[in-house]
Design a protein around this ligand. Structure first.
Ligand SMILES: Cc1ncc(COP(=O)(O)O)c(C=O)c1O
Length: 403
C-alpha cells in the first residue's frame, strides 16, 4: 500500500517518529495534560492565521472571533488582545468574553431566541445586540428602559442572497435568522428613538465556504445592500464564512483573493465612516487543534480491522460526520505514535460508544497500530469539545490543553 490517506496537515512536525505539536512529541503533552483523550491546541498556529488575515484583508476591516468555534476559557482569554472583538451567541458566551478580558463594548451578540437573561447581560455589558426580529427589539427596549440603560443595536439582516457553496446557509429565503431585507428600513426608523442607539447591520449569509469567488460575491452584495439603504451606519458586520479543508480534495481558501476582492469592493462602495467587521470562527482555530485518543482494542470482524479508541463522538462529534455533514467524509487522521511510517493497512477507527455512529475514521489507510498507540484526528480546533454530546453514556470529559 502506498501513499497516505491525507497529506500531513501544515504546522505539525515529527519527532522521533511521533507527531509533534509546538516542538514537542504528543506523548509529552499527553503526560502534561494527564492522559487521553486530549484536545491539543497550538497557539502559534492561531497566531499565524491571524497574521495571514491581517496581511490579506484591508486594514480598515476589524477582525472578530466567533467564540462558539472554541470557547475554551484559556484560549478565549489569550485571543482577547489579538482580535478586535468577539461575537457571542448567548449570555453565557458573553460572560465568558468579559471574563476573558474583552471590553463589553467590543462584543456583539447574535442568535435567534435571545432570552431575557441574554438581553439583560448584553445591555448591562454595553454589548452590541444584533436584533433578529422586530419583537426582539421591543423586548430589548423594555429591559433598557427598566434599567435606565441605552440599548446598542444593529439589525441582523436576512439578505435576499446566500453564500454559495457554503456548508451551512444562514441567509436567503425563509430563515429563522435576522429580519427580512425588505422590512429593514421600517425597523431602522423605529430604532431612531431612545433607548436605542442604532449602530448598523449584521449580515451573516453562511459558513464553511472554500470558494473565494463566492465569498467575494457575498461581500460585494453585502456592501451594495448596506449602501442602498442610504442611512449612516457606524458598524457593518459583513459576516465571514471562511472555510477550512476538512477532507482530501478540499482546496484551501484563497485568502489573498478574498482580501483583494474586498479591497476592490470597498473602493467601489466605500461606506466612509462605517466600521467594517468580519466575524470568523473555524478559520481562526480549526486547523490549530488535534484530538488525541488512545487505542484500547484492536479487533477483527469478518474481513475488517477496527481500532477502538478511548474517545469518540461524545468529544469530537464533527469528525464522526454527525455535525454539519451531509455525506460523511473522514477528517485527516494519523497514528500519532507512528507518524513517520507509511500506511500498511486499511482500518476503521471507532470510538468507545456503543452506537454505529461513533466512527472517527472509516476505512482509512494507516500504518499498523496496536493497543496503546495514539490516534490523532486533525481539524479539531473548532466545534470539537463544545459541540459534542459529552454527557452521552457517561464517559469522562476530555483533557484540553493550549500550548
Ligand atoms: C452568526 C454566526 N457568526 C459566526 C459563525 C461562525 O462560523 P465559522 O466558525 O464557520 O466561521 C456562525 C456559525 O454558525 C454564525 O452563525
Amino acid at each position: 500500500m502506498s501513499g497516505r490517506s491525507h497529506a500531513w496537515p501544515e504546522g505539525f512536525g515529527c519527532l522521533d517518529g511521533e507527531l509533534a505539536v509546538a516542538g514537542q512529541p504528543v506523548s509529552h503533552w499527553i503526560a502534561q495534560a494527564g492522559g487521553t483523550p486530549l484536545f491539543l491546541y497550538d497557539r502559534a498556529l492561531i497566531e499565524r492565521r491571524i497574521a495571514q488575515l491581517r496581511a490579506a484583508l484591508p486594514s480598515r476591516v476589524a477582525l472578530h472571533y466567533a467564540i462558539k468555534a472554541n470557547p475554551m476559557p484559556e484560549l478565549v482569554a489569550w485571543m482577547a488582545d489579538k482580535v478586535d472583538g468577539f461575537d457571542v451567541a448567548s449570555g453565557g458566551e458573553l460572560t465568558l468574553a468579559r471574563e476573558a478580558g474583552m471590553a463589553g463594548s467590543h462584543v456583539s451578540i447574535a442568535g435567534p431566541g435571545k432570552t431575557e437573561r441574554d438581553l439583560t447581560i448584553a445591555i448591562e455589558a454595553d454589548a452590541l445586540i444584533n436584533l433578529e426580529s422586530e419583537r426582539e427589539a421591543e423586548r430589548a427596549a423594555a429591559i433598557g428602559i427598566a434599567r435606565g440603560k441605552p440599548v446598542r443595536v444593529a439589525i441582523r439582516v436576512n439578505p435576499d442572497f446566500e453564500l454559495k457553496g457554503s456548508g451551512m446557509r444562514m441567509g436567503g429565503g425563509a430563515k429563522p435568522f435576522g429580519v427580512d431585507a425588505a422590512r429593514v428600513p421600517a425597523l431602522i426608523a423605529r430604532l431612531q428613538a431612545a433607548p436605542f442607539l442604532f449602530e448598523g447591520l449584521h449580515l451573516y449569509a453562511g459558513s464553511q465556504a472554500l470558494d473565494a469567488g463566492a465569498i467575494a460575491t457575498m461581500q460585494r452584495q453585502t456592501l451594495d445592500y448596506a449602501a442602498s439603504l442610504k442611512v449612516p451606519l457606524r458598524h457593518l458586520n459583513i459576516g465571514g464564512g471562511f472555510g477550512v479543508p476538512y477532507a482530501p480534495g478540499d482546496t484551501p481558501l484563497d485568502l489573498a483573493a478574498v482580501g483583494e476582492a474586498l479591497a476592490q469592493a470597498l473602493d467601489a462602495v466605500p461606506l466612509l465612516g462605517t466600521q467594517i467587521v468580519v466575524e470568523l470562527g473555524r478559520y481562526l482555530v480549526a486547523e490549530a487543534g488535534v484530538y488525541l485518543t488512545r487505542i484500547i482494542d484492536r479487533k477483527r470482524s469478518h474481513d475488517s480491522i477496527f481500532l477502538v479508541v478511548d474517545g469518540g463522538l461524545h468529544h469530537q462529534l464533527a469528525a464522526s460526520g454527525n455535525f454539519g455533514q451531509v455525506i460523511r467524509r473522514n477528517y485527516p487522521i494519523a497514528v500519532a505514535s507512528a507518524y513517520d511510517r507509511a500506511p500498511t493497512e486499511t482500518v476503521s477507527v471507532v470510538g468507545c460508544l456503543c452506537t454505529p455512529l461513533d466512527r472517527l475514521g472509516d476505512k482509512v489507510a494507516l500504518p499498523e497500530a496496536a493497543e496503546g498507540d495514539v490516534i490523532a484526528v486533525f481539524l479539531a480546533g473548532a466545534y470539537g469539545r463544545s459541540a459534542s454530546p459529552s454527557r452521552f453514556l457517561g464517559h469522562p470529559e476530555p483533557f484540553e490543553l493550549l500550548v
